[in-house]
Design a protein around this ligand. Structure first.
Ligand SMILES: Cc1cc2nc3c(=O)[nH]c(=O)nc-3n(C[C@H](O)[C@H](O)[C@H](O)COP(=O)(O)O)c2cc1C
Ligand SMILES: O=C(O)C(=O)c1ccccc1
Length: 362
């Protein structure tokens, strides 16, 4: 979509209206480089940074890189089926847009551009509690399933209202983020004195810093008691918590370390995934995020037990560089790479992607 031809497009002073030529963007790493050149320093540092020494940020990538693939040859790979079913919806491929905050600091059209890009790419978009656009407006432009990510704030009656609003606009699932009782150490954000520009508002949130009544398992029971949509927990990193989540009756689990943005030195998500997958044993869908940048990463995550993955930072960079076009480009690049990875490893269905895809020394 071209901004100039979009009747809803209103330039703001929030971010420069940079619309990059996306034709030289071949992969998701190209996009991050381009984003670093065109985003405001504050927005770039917000998106790109991790907690403290960023060891977990690095490990997410290193552990994915260190897994090697084990192709099977001479199989008929002329027909691929990449569809999955999640909570009654069919997704054409197993990659979702992770919830990320403050899209209007990345692009003037903010979450509307993200929703439009998701629509073009046939991707499910998980809206952040820190959306800078009202849910109704996002729902109006969305053509693919929306999910909602929930941060539980102290005022539980407002939390209930927000869940009900998400349901009312048609969100299909609720991802309750459980890894952020307090914000992590964000040295790079502190150095640029990160704050929202005055004209950008997150209408549903009153900040994370003032959470005094901490979220506990009792709150998950409470959410389950009234939510009419499936409740997933986002930010699980060990089998014991995954087991407790299943016992609590959640509908799904997202293995996540918040892209290494919260507690530095927790392990890479791809490393904890197999143990959690063994524990959960397919009782509920298992999703994973953190460092997914290549189609082979998606394949590896599915091989280690995920049913689907989410991508965060690349979508932010795509949004910054090209609004809806940039978002759809990110998803389409990853989808295309994933299909190639399936073809070249001889796996034509999602069900056929198991641990045998990962190479092991004899
Ligand atoms: C800029 C940014 C903002 C984020 N905001 C949220 C948020 O509001 N809620 C949440 O649950 N996770 C948030 N996350 C974490 C993502 O949902 C996701 O777990 C993570 O980004 C996935 O890793 P990746 O970015 O390496 O793909 C954010 C991540 C980034 C990069
Ligand atoms: O940046 C984040 O990762 C995040 O989840 C968040 C969003 C808004 C405010 C503080 C943290």
């Amino acid at each position: 979509m071209n901004d100039q031809h979009n009747p809803e497009f209103k330039p703001t002073k929030t971010v420069p209206n940079t619309h990059v030529d996306l034709s030289d963007i071949i992969n998701l790493f190209d996009l991050e480089k381009r984003a670093a050149e065109i985003m405001t320093k504050m927005a770039y540092e917000y998106v790109a940074s991790g907690a403290a020494d960023e060891l977990t940020v690095r490990w997410n990538r290193e552990s994915l890189d260190n897994l090697k693939l084990n192709p099977s040859v001479l199989r008929d790979v002329s027909q691929l089926d990449t569809r999955i079913s999640l909570f009654g919806d069919e997704l054409p491929y197993p990659i979702l847009i992770a919830p990320t905050a403050f899209h209007k600091i990345m692009h003037p059209e903010g979450e509307l551009a993200t929703a439009r890009g998701a629509g073009v790419a046939s991707a499910t978009y998980v809206i952040s509690s820190f959306t800078t656009t009202p849910l109704e407006e996002i729902a109006e432009v969305a053509t693919q399933p929306l999910w909602f990510q929930l941060y539980v704030q102290d005022d539980r009656s407002l939390v209930k209202d927000l869940v009900q609003k998400a349901e009312a606009v048609g969100c299909r699932a609720l991802c309750v983020t459980v890894d952020t009782p307090v914000p992590g150490i964000r040295n790079r954000q502190d150095r640029v004195n990160f704050r929202l520009p005055d004209e950008v508002k997150a209408p549903y949130m009153h900040g994370l810093g003032d959470q005094k009544k901490l979220l506990t398992w009792a709150d998950i029971d409470w959410l389950n008691s009234f939510s009419n949509i499936p409740v997933l927990l986002k930010g699980i990193l060990n089998p014991a918590d995954a087991e407790q989540a299943v016992q609590a009756g959640v509908s799904g689990i997202i293995v996540s370390n918040h892209s290494g943005r919260n507690l530095d030195t927790v392990p890479a998500t791809i490393d904890v995934l197999p143990g959690i997958a063994n524990q959960v044993n397919k009782r509920v869908p298992l999703l994973m995020d953190g460092g997914i940048r290549r189609g082979t990463d998606v394949l590896k995550a599915l091989a280690q037990g995920a049913d689907a993955v989410l991508v965060g930072k690349p979508v932010c960079f795509g949004l910054a560089c090209g609004g809806a076009d940039g978002v759809s480009k990110v998803m389409t690049i990853l989808r295309t790479e994933f299909e190639l990875a399936m073809t070249l490893t001889g796996r034509t269905t999602i069900a056929s992607i198991d641990r045998s895809v990962i190479w092991k020394p004899a």
